[in-house]
Ligand binder design. Structure first.
Ligand code: NAI
Ligand code: MG
Length: 352
């Protein structure tokens, strides 16, 4: 029997709740498909930070390297600044394991009401390919003259040819397997260096993919159009910052943060990829037992797909879509129900 070793980092807040609820469902799907997953749990996150001053150990990245995949819940804590938690765990893993594709599907499922009038099941179905290792989130800059009137902060964005080409190529490849439509998001009217460079690289890479039609949109227009005409998007490619922001719009127009899955993918075998729900640690609902576990289950579906275990991936995805389409099924308050995390997970398991 095939078996995979998965590093599980539940993290903070509802990250722990959704990871724990989803795990039995995920293990059952694996068993049905004839493989096993071995999970190793890491207590990395803010509790550890408050205790020992570090989000994860110094050799954290190296300890993850040997795994087939990594699963993360969420990080973030009201008592610790977000840049500490983000730079102490999430960003170092994405960069350290060279997970350069942040893949975020946005699907409006049957049974979910979009806040957009007139949009029904399947009307929104696009995937964002967000650059995940450089761009605006590069750690380039500094803060000088602290406390003086002339205090200064510099934050530079980093766009390399290699980094831009590889995210563009991954997005074009995805477009050839989908509807053949790719939208590249920039702000090249205002950011005439980095974003015009991005446009040039996308134009070059597009020559390798003549069957894909390319649309270019400025990020402000994209923010508008994702609300005005989301049905026209298929594959969206964007820088680290723009992709981050636009995927929150994507999550909202498809119903809830509690439904949005994601993968931080290192294409190739050199490093494991990491999968996680898009949402954060949700301190406003932590401990209430109402966190929606579906984004987590869908993220596991993406993880299985990435491992080539398509039967288990499809089984999880289908269990979620069946549950959402079933009016009598339990659902959490974020999508209009009154059920708890555990009930939703148990119902999912019974659908496998
Ligand atoms: P959030 O995603 O944690 O919550 C936003 C809103 O969505 C809240 O009202 C929350 O209750 C709701 N929500 C999120 N996930 C849900 C789920 N599974 N079921 C039901 N409702 C859900 O974002 P927020 O509040 O901006 O950030 C909270 C903390 O999480 C911060 O410390 C932030 O830095 C961190 N964060 C971490 C992320 C990560 O680990 N990848 C991503 C986003 C935020
Ligand atoms: Mg975000």
């Amino acid at each position: 029997m095939d078996s995979y070793e998965i590093a599980v980092i539940p993290g903070d807040g509802i990250g722990v709740e959704v990871v724990d609820a989803a795990l039995p469902v995920v293990e059952a799907a694996a068993a049905d498909a004839g493989f096993e997953i071995g999970t190793t749990r890491f207590d990395w996150g803010t509790e550890r930070y408050l205790d020992r001053g570090e989000m994860m150990p110094d050799d954290g990245i190296d300890r993850l390297r040997g795994f087939d995949s990594v699963f993360l819940g969420a990080v973030g804590h009201p008592e610790v600044p977000d840049h500490v938690t983000l730079h102490g765990l999430l960003l170092p893993i994405r960069k350290g394991l060279d997970q350069y594709v942040c893949k975020r599907p946005n699907v409006l499922f049957e049974g979910i009401e979009s806040p957009l009038r007139g949009y029904g099941p399947g009307d929104v179905d696009f995937v964002v390919y967000r650059e995940n290792t450089e761009g605006e989130y590069a750690s380039v800059g500094g803060r000088e003259h602290r406390g003086f009137d002339h205090e200064t902060a510099v934050q530079s964005a980093l766009f390399t040819r290699r980094g831009t080409e590889r995210i563009a190529r991954a997005a074009f490849e995805a477009a050839t397997e989908r509807e053949g439509h790719l939208t590249s998001i920039t702000k090249s009217n205002a950011q005439a260096h980095s974003m015009v460079f991005w446009d040039d690289v996308v134009a070059e890479v597009s020559e390798e993919f003549p069957s894909v039609d390319v649309e270019r949109l400025l990020v402000d227009a994209a923010a508008m159009d994702l609300i005005r005409r989301p049905h026209e998007f298929d594959v969206v490619v964007a820088s680290n910052l723009f992709g981050d922001i636009l995927t929150d719009i994507g999550a909202q127009i498809t119903g809830s943060m509690g439904l949005a899955p994601s993968g931080n993918v290192h294409p190739g075998d050199a490093n494991p990829s990491m999968f996680e729900p898009v949402h954060g640690s949700a301190p406003d609902i932590v401990g209430d037992g109402v966190a929606n576990p579906l984004a987590t289950v869908l993220s596991w579906s993406m993880l299985f797909d990435d491992l080539g275990e398509t039967a288990a991936a499809d089984a999880l995805w289908t269990a979620v879509t069946d549950q959402l389409a079933d009016e009598s099924a339990p659902r959490t308050p974020d999508i209009g129900g009154s059920a708890g995390t555990g009930n939703v997970a148990a119902d999912l398991r019974s659908r496998l």
